[in-house]
Write a protein that binds this ligand. Sequence first.
Ligand SMILES: Cc1cc2nc3c(=O)[nH]c(=O)nc-3n(C[C@H](O)[C@H](O)[C@H](O)COP(=O)(O)OP(=O)(O)OC[C@H]3O[C@@H](n4cnc5c(N)ncnc54)[C@H](O)[C@@H]3O)c2cc1C
Length: 379
Amino acid sequence: MSRPRGGGSAEPSGQSGGGRKLLVVGAGVAGLAVVRVLRAWGAEIEVVERTATPDVGGAGIFLPANAARGLRALGLEDAVVGSAVRIERQRVADHSGRVLYEVGTGDLWQGIAPTVATHRAALHGALLDGAEDVKIRWSTSPESVVPDGPGVDVTFDDGSTGRYDLVIGADGAHSTVRRLAFGDVGLRASGLHAWRLLAPRGDLEPVWSVRLGRGASFLTFPISPDLAYYYCDVSADDADAGLAGLVARFAAPVSELAAAATVAHSGPIEEVSLDSWSCGNVLLMGDAAHATTPNMAQGAAMAFEDALVLADTLGSAASIPAALRQYEQRRRPRIERVQQQTRRRDRTRGMHPAVRDVLLRTVGKRLFHANYRGLHAEP
Ligand SMILES: Cc1cc2nc3c(=O)[nH]c(=O)nc-3n(C[C@H](O)[C@H](O)[C@H](O)COP(=O)(O)OP(=O)(O)OC[C@H]3O[C@@H](n4cnc5c(N)ncnc54)[C@H](O)[C@@H]3O)c2cc1C
């Protein structure tokens, strides 16, 4: 099963999944991307989703060029990128708004694809449409997932059962599939607490713009002609002071901006790190396998890449276990690099501002380019 490089829709070819049964747990970014790309594999696909209706919360999402490239390979570029806001620059400033460095997204990605921002609901809607006739069983969650020889036995909370050739856990950082099949492993606190806000766009320019305060950050970008998205985080130890405590660490107009916005989501940020992403014929993908803090905004891009690489390996390998081994060999170096760089960037941001701001003014732009250069190549 090979896919076109650099454009067109990814249609699996080669070894067929005909006669096989695939279960995808979670109809989020990763789950719907894998459904999209595996429709043509030929397997019978079932999807279960815990929520009763599509529900992604009312917040925005930043999609760097490798995410847009992934959407192109999934055949969904027009559906998402077409209605998103093109982000031309990324700007890093100190707590007062004084610019430390700026990066042009065209320069950063060398024309691979546009960098855009959109409403999560818009991305999710396009991915749901992309699943086409694959049926999603809403309000359904697995209660047991037992790898058994060449198959996996699953029971669901509605009393139904099934045996599958492959189970994909795409059920997020707090993955139930991971807990049931792998045990209580992988999840750890990042030490950050985040708020996501929506606000009228006003005259906000098409720039990803972050201010770094003492132990806190405040990021803004537009997600539609009318709407802006703000993301802010603070050390979890300081989260008790609430959003008001966080924004007080910045000069005007941050407090005013936050006061005029609506909080869409607030919570601790977790990471996931595992020695292996598969257990028998159960595979974890997306945040279930490798959640990070969002400072590189690589969550969606990595989920799309996971789906595309899985389609490649399932189509070309002699068996599902061989495909899962090849998948992990191909994905692990890239995912680990993103995880390591994300942690390094979080540590830099957490430095004392007097040191950090000098460092970033001097080498920030170079480091930023270096962080993303490894993602230019196709996965
Ligand atoms: C504050 C914050 C900001 C972020 N900003 C960005 C950004 O700007 N750009 C970016 O690319 N990434 C961003 N990310 C990361 C991005 O949101 C994730 O990487 C991405 O959503 C992962 O998708 P996923 O499908 O793996 O998991 P999820 O999006 O969590 O989806 C999992 C799905 O599984 C379902 N599910 C869960 N449990 C079960 C169960 N037991 N049974 C059935 N279904 C279940 C859930 O309801 C959900 O639909 C951010 C993350 C955070 C925390």
